[in-house]
Design a protein around this ligand. Structure first.
Ligand code: GDP
Ligand code: ADP
Length: 226
């Protein structure tokens, strides 16, 4: 039987979770699940749940735990038997506990990036909303300014990446993430990486995953939430 591997990546907004996740998914063939992507999808669908989600995201607030677990856990249940990587979930202790009751993670990557670096990156982050493709005007600019490389459609900036919202998000992130990080530390699965450049952090993450994925068999996740 193929070995299964389940990981999560944590870090403040702008720490490079999306960028690194894309590299991990490509290099190691894990399924990639991003909470931000599913939330934006639900907002775009304009369903009752989407309107509720929007009221939080627009105010730079965390979406309530029960909404998040209802959004994320069924997707993980469908992936029982696959290896996956979670980005942006769990973000609170309560979300981590809900996830734990479904599945034990094998590895958690935590990114520690200085505040000034985060501020610079996010003020330069542009998104293609339909696909979730992320650009940075310095680090990975689009081929044509303001346009998505694949479709040519216009790029936008998230309201919550604008400077007014950013400080509040970063401060809040730290308070909420601390108990989650402590939990994973106590389980012995937390690996932290510090730096100002993704390209310098990536080789360490790459070799960690190479070592872990080839030594660590894992049980299939439960298929039912309690
Ligand atoms: N200048 C610079 N920008 C980066 C680096 N790594 C990622 N970025 C950009 O910083 C922004 C935030 O990265 P992202 O992966 O979206 O972070 P997330 O919010 O943690 O998912 C994006 O615009 C990335 O293209 C880096 O090493 N240097
Ligand atoms: N696990 C989560 N719990 C609560 N809210 C979340 C979660 N993940 C994402 N969100 C909400 O969606 C917004 C965008 O998330 P995301 O795309 O992951 O951006 P970032 O990494 O830049 O914070 C967050 O600011 C927050 O309001």
């Amino acid at each position: 039987m193929a070995k299964l591997f389940r990981a999560a990546i944590m870090g403040p907004p702008g720490s490079g979770k999306g960028t690194i996740s894309k590299r991990i998914a490509q290099s190691f063939g894990l399924q990639y699940l991003s909470s931000g992507h599913y939330l934006r999808e639900s907002m775009a669908a304009n369903t009752e749940a989407g309107v509720l989600v929007k009221s939080y995201v627009e105010r730079s607030m965390l979406v309530p735990d029960h909404v998040m677990t209802r959004l994320m856990l069924p997707r993980l249940e469908q992936l029982s038997g696959h290896s996956w990587l979670l980005d942006g979930f769990p973000r609170t202790l309560s979300q981590a506990q809900a996830l734990n009751s479904l599945c034990q993670l094998d590895l958690v990557i935590s990114l520690n990036i200085p505040y000034e670096t985060l501020r610079e990156r996010l003020s330069d982050r542009w998104i293609h909303p339909a696909s979730g493709r992320v650009y940075n005007m310095g680090f990975n600019p689009p081929r044509v300014k303001g346009k998505d490389d694949i479709t040519g459609e216009p790029l936008i900036q998230h309201d919550d990446d604008k400077p007014e919202a950013l400080m509040a998000r970063l401060r809040h992130y730290k308070d909420v993430a601390k108990p989650v990080i402590d939990l994973y530390k106590s389980q012995g699965i937390l690996h932290s990486f510090s730096g100002t450049e993704t390209d310098r952090i990536w080789p360490y993450i790459n070799s960690l995953l190479n070592a872990k994925m080839h030594t660590q068999p894992s049980d299939a996740c439960r298929t039912q939430t309690p």
